[in-house]
Design a binder for this molecule. Structure first.
Ligand code: HPA
Ligand code: ZN
Length: 339
């Protein structure tokens, strides 16, 4: 059986996905017209041609431009619904998605407009597509901690009743260390949120260690540069801290020159709980399954590795234990039947 069909059939969770990064050029053009927003592109081809970034900051500059077309609740709904369809088609049974409330607040879009639109689409997931979800709000690390606190305060009603399940940290990593957000993450933990942070994407291994030690995160997003520090790798493996790895993102942003040099296999061999994810699929050229197939082919992963990656994604999710058990039992049955 080919890799794509094999992996599609495995129950999987996607744990590192920025909804604003799932904004396909077609939808961007449509929303620009619907909302009468000026964007510097006249066609889908022009949008795609602009995606020539080679590092994180170049990508982020375009990403923040692109999200300007998101104005009304309905826009956030349509974006989220489109992503869920793609994820379900790739065999995802559960997703934990990020959004950037400060990226919208800066444009005068209230927290509730973005969150309500996203949550409305996520609520349709189980019945329409057989896909469950959790929503994680990310804080932009290039802004100061007080700006993050302002977003967190706006989120209070959503945090109180669980509509927001977690807090994340994204945007420009270099010179914005985890320590900058120590008080905010402590407050979020106090409020019962699960915690994640981008670390070791462009930043050093010490940022990964600080995300664990100073922010107390449950998962690391990316984590590639942790491999520069063997003692840290042993500690992450011992603690069972999952890494949400994004192969095509790493390729497009220059983290690896070639997918054959991607560290995913080394992570697995070192006992790290790595998972495969798509990050910003509309920008990086592939959704969940595309990431699996590309990295499996480049690293010549075996069926057992692919099953491990699927298992890791369920185990690393914030689902409750009974839900995890259901998915893992199904995974074992399917992997057993295919192997
Ligand atoms: N890295 C950091 N911040 C981001 C990313 C990313 O890949 N995508 C959206 N915000
Ligand atoms: Zn990311």
């Amino acid at each position: 059986m080919d890799v794509r069909s094999f992996v599609r059939a495995l129950p999987k969770a996607e744990l590192h996905l920025h909804l604003e990064g799932a904004l396909e050029p077609e939808l961007m053009m449509r929303l620009a017209a619907r909302n009468k927003v000026d964007i510097p592109f006249r066609s889908v081809e022009e949008v795609r041609a602009a995606y020539r970034f080679t590092r994180l900051q170049d990508f982020l500059d375009i990403y923040y431009r692109g999200m300007d077309v998101l104005r009304a609740e309905e826009d956030f709904h349509d974006l989220t619904a489109a992503y869920l369809e793609r994820a379900a088609a790739d065999g995802a049974v559960h997703v934990e998605v990020f959004f950037d409330p400060q990226g919208h607040a800066a444009r005068g879009i209230p927290f509730a407009v973005a969150a309500d639109g996203i949550l409305a689409a996520l609520a349709e997931g189980p019945e329409r597509l057989g896909i469950t979800s959790l929503l994680i709000m990310c804080v932009l690390r290039h802004l100061d901690e007080e700006d993050g606190f302002a977003a967190f305060r706006e989120a209070a009603p959503y945090v109180a009743d669980g509509r927001i399940a977690g807090l994340g940290l994204d945007s420009t990593e270099k010179n914005n260390p985890p320590a900058k957000f120590e008080r905010l993450f402590a407050a979020a933990r106090e409020a019962g949120l699960r915690l994640v942070a981008h670390a070791g994407e462009e930043g050093p291994a010490s940022y990964v260690a600080d995300a664990v030690d100073r922010l107390g995160v449950d998962r690391i997003d990316h984590g590639n540069h942790a491999l520069d520090d063997p003692a840290l790798v042993r500690r992450l493996a011992g603690l069972g801290i999952p890494l949400t790895v994004c192969p095509l993102s790493n390729l497009r942003l220059g983290g690896v020159a070639d997918l054959r040099q991607h560290p995913l296999k080394r992570m697995l061999d070192a006992g790290l709980r790595a998972t495969v994810n798509s990050d910003d699929p509309a920008y990086f050229g592939g959704y969940l399954l595309d990431n699996f197939v590309a990295v499996a082919e480049a690293l010549q992963l075996e069926a057992a590795d692919l099953v491990t990656l699927a298992r890791n994604s369920i185990e690393a999710s914030f689902l409750d234990e009974p839900a995890k058990r259901t998915h893992l039992d199904r995974l074992d049955r399917i992997a057993g039947a295919q192997g």
